[in-house]
Unconditional design. Structure first.
Lengths: 295, 527
């Protein structure tokens, strides 16, 4: 509830409309790259649209966030504004949770219902009409129609790279918390060391994840096209990887801001938001490790 | 730093900026609310035009005006535009205008993001409408875009449709986050949760639903995108996927979505009926709990849209009973509205006419929903015009009458003028008659077996279809009258008092009409 104070309502801003143009051009560009590409037409113009949009987006992100940072450092934000940002970030993370829930739901549905039914479980026996002799297994190493969807030779076992990656991410969740405590204790040197350590762990995760993808594509024939196992595997790990990239970028920006002397022991919501996001990608990974790799 | 502080200081001293930049750069909740409402009405006319094409084609049996391919594009685009372009933005516009006024806040919690939420919508619909002019035509698979119709057999423009949905989703999620942050953080001192006006309550819950399910919609269209362009097999059984998976994920979004389109109307009607009954709302607390219960139940009923695709019998029973449970909290609300009117000093100005029609006609839509919820009976009704009748009864006299009621109720506050009551009543009666003529015969058509989404039909359906088309033309043309009434009200008319309705209650009536550009710079005290 509001305390009895005057509110801060920002002045007109050019950033939202720039963001709209940027996002619109980027996505229109991506869509026309896909459509023109699939029809064998030239995609040069589409790429141009995409890059113009992406540059506008980058300009907008620097400008808009820069604007907010300047306002914050000018002391314009009351504790109430701070709470608005906190609610905003919390609900944003909740929306991300629901985004991943859709893909986890697809994975569970495929494993528990779709694939067993294709294998003839229950009173449907659809496979005996469509694909005779199809055996339902998970991981699915034999697709109902191998012509359309060639099956992978093997899958990524959990106890190699994925286990190392789990250790890396869980450790990084601890290091970012140590950094946060250092910030609250106003120990800037300790803060920088532990935040830098978090970023190193994050980058190591991304490198190993890249290695895993190369291994999957080049040696195991595990690809997006290799049936429902490959589809769910790459969709879940891919979107998670993209979120790790975004989280890493946030942490790097926080480190740059700390180098510039931003944040105080009391006011540092930018840092906190980045660390919330980091914990979120960590928790999603634990779900992935259990349901995609181990089980 | 000083530059920032200076512009901030100026913000409290001047009104709106002049010219187009006022609308492009604005951070003002009233400006953004107005833009949402104007955009929504534009889309309402565009989607309505498509409905007119559909009804013109169905006026008589046989192919008269358009080709089946184009007819399918019309039904698809009509649905998408009305759901995502007309109804949802109208409620967001009402929220933008009214929430800060109702809770005594100076603006929305995150005003710049608010502007972005709005401007993404014209961008998304520009892309969506542009698909009509692409090779292969616009999406033609129905607004529910079931796979494999939309993946394997969809037109090339499907990819553009997917990105348009993504942009709408981003807009909705940001708008909803803004609403929640505003309600939870910016209420005037003394306004506890159980003192919040019902429109605020219903929007809080609607915003929660939006944040919970719009990402799921993003997920399902992303899976479509991958199936179409990158060879995944989410919805292709030959790769181990399942087209039914699409329906599960889509309706996990889709069912809460239908409540997103009605809950804010529940809230608005809960203000309008007490105002014109000159009585307090009957059962405030039970209204709040009922909305909460409806929202929670909306997450566990989705498969009642899919009884005929082959859901296991245990699933059918679960989803059938869960769906019927929704009738309980909905019934609580209907009885509360009726009890509010009971022995009140009723007058029937335009907002009240729309609100009373809302209660009666929405209930008809609710009852046909109960019929559809019965799994064995649904096998007969599924994909017939009975379903079309059902959801048009909850959306047209439900959501849209709720929006009209709200518009007439708050127009004096927005414009400072009273609207023309005679014209508004004409608008109501023509809409009421037109809408019932258009949609009531569809019940009979559906029960007699006429399938939905077809451009031609068997001869025995001819009479009802002609009646339905006449009603639809009447309803469509009447909406131009609404445009005229609003323009007339904006340009002049009898001066409106701060509280033009004697029975109305709430903080929004304590500020002058029209509401000043900046209101509640210092929060009011709520007793």
């Amino acid at each position: 509830m509001a305390t009895n104070q005057t509110y801060y309502v920002p002045e007109q801003s050019k950033w939202p409309i720039i963001a709209t143009v940027g996002l619109g051009l980027t996505l229109y560009g991506v869509a026309s790259i896909m459509v023109n590409g699939s029809q064998g037409e030239s995609t040069a113009g589409s790429w141009a649209l995409f890059w113009i949009g992406a540059l506008i987006m980058a300009y907008m992100l620097f400008g808009w966030f820069g604007n907010v940072i300047r306002e914050s450092r000018a002391g314009l934000y009351s504790p109430q504004m701070d709470r608005s940002f906190r609610w905003g970030m919390s609900w944003f993370i909740f929306s991300e949770v629901m985004f991943f829930a859709a893909f986890f739901g697809a994975l569970f549905y495929a494993r528990v219902f779709a694939v067993p039914w294709l294998g003839g479980e229950g009173d449907r026996g659809s496979s005996n009409m469509l694909w005779e002799g199809f055996q339902a297994t998970w991981p699915l190493l034999n697709n109902p129609d191998p012509q359309a969807y060639p099956a992978p030779k093997d899958i990524i076992g959990p106890w190699g790279l994925p286990l190392i990656n789990t250790v890396l991410l869980v450790t990084s969740s601890f290091t970012v918390t140590v950094a946060h405590h250092a910030l609250k204790a106003d120990n800037r040197k300790k803060l920088k060391i532990w935040l830098a350590a978090t970023i190193v762990l994050a980058l190591a995760f991304l490198v190993l994840q890249g290695e895993e993808y190369v291994h999957a594509y080049q040696e195991l024939d595990l690809t997006l096209q290799s049936g429902i196992y490959g589809s769910t595997f790459f969709m879940l790990t891919g979107f998670h990887g993209a979120h790790v990239m975004l989280g890493t970028l946030m942490l790097i920006i926080m480190l740059v801001r700390i180098q510039k002397g931003h944040f105080s022991a009391e006011k540092h919501f930018g840092f906190e938001a980045a660390s919330w996001y980091w914990h979120f990608v960590d928790v999603v990974w634990l779900g992935l490790f259990v349901f995609v790799y181990v089980l | 730093m000083s530059a920032v502080a200076d512009t901030h200081a100026q913000a409290h001293h001047h009104g709106p900026a002049s010219g187009i930049t006022r609308w492009l750069f604005t951070t003002n909740h009233k400006d953004i609310g107005t833009m949402y409402l104007v955009f929504s009405f534009t889309m309402f006319l565009l989607g309505g035009t498509m409905a007119m094409v559909i009804r013109a084609e169905l006026f008589q049996p046989g192919l008269q005006i358009v080709q089946p391919e184009f007819f399918n594009q019309m039904t698809t685009m009509h649905g998408l535009i009305m759901v995502f372009g007309a109804v949802m933005p109208a409620f967001v516009g009402l929220a933008n205008w009214m929430l800060p006024l109702m809770i005594g806040a100076p603006d929305m919690a995150l005003p710049r993001m608010n502007n972005w939420s709005f401007w993404l919508l014209p961008c998304a619909f520009l892309i969506l409408v542009s698909t009509l002019f692409m090779s292969g035509g616009a999406p033609n698979f129905g607004w529910t875009f079931y796979a494999p119709l939309s993946t394997t057999y969809g037109p090339p423009s499907t990819t553009f449709f997917i990105f348009a949905v993504h942009i709408m989703g981003i807009s909705s999620i940001m708008g909803a986050i803004n609403v929640i942050a505003t309600i939870l953080n910016l209420r005037a001192p003394g306004m506890t949760l159980m003192k919040m006006p019902l429109f605020v309550w219903t929007w809080l819950i609607t915003a929660f639903l939006l944040i919970a399910v719009m990402p799921v919609l993003a997920g399902v269209v992303t899976m479509m995108l991958m199936d179409i362009n990158f060879g995944t097999s989410f919805f292709d059984a030959s790769g181990g996927g399942d087209p039914v998976l699409f329906q599960h994920v889509f309706w996990f979004f889709g069912h809460p979505e239908v409540y997103i389109m009605i809950l804010p109307a529940f809230g608005a009607v809960s203000h309008i009926i007490p105002a014109f009954s000159r009585k307090r709302l009957f059962g405030y607390a039970s209204m709040v709990y009922a909305v909460g219960a409806i929202a929670l139940l909306s997450f566990i009923v989705w498969a009642h849209h899919m009884f005929t695709v082959g859901v296991p019998i245990a699933g059918q029973l679960f989803f059938m009973y869960a769906t019927m449970l929704i009738a309980v909290p909905t019934g609580v609300k209907v009885f509360n509205w009726v009890a509010t009117m009971f022995r009140g000093s009723l007058t029937f100005e335009a907002p009240m006419l729309f609100a009373v029609a809302f209660v009666i006609l929405f209930t008809i839509g609710g009852f046909s929903g109960l019929m559809l919820a019965i799994a064995p009976a649904d096998f007969q009704y599924h994909d017939t015009y009975f379903v079309v009748a059902h959801f048009h009864y909850v959306l047209v006299p439900g959501a849209i009458f709720g929006i009209f009621a709200s518009a007439y109720f708050w127009l004096p506050k927005w414009t400072g003028h009273m609207y023309d009551e005679t014209l508004a009543k004409t608008h109501f009666w023509l809409s009421f008659i037109g809408m019932n003529l258009a949609f009531f015969p569809m019940h009979f058509l559906g029960l007699a077996g006429m399938p939905r989404r077809i451009p031609d039909y068997a001869l025995q359906f001819a009479d009802f279809n002609m009646v339905s088309s006449i009603g639809a033309f009447m309803f469509g043309a009447t909406q131009l009258l609404f445009l005229a009434i609003v323009i007339k009200c904006v340009r002049g008319g009898e001066k409106a008092a701060a509280k033009p309705w004697e029975g109305a209650e709430g903080l929004e009536w304590t500020v002058p009409s029209p509401a000043p550009y900046h209101t509640f710079a210092t929060p009011p005290e709520v007793k």
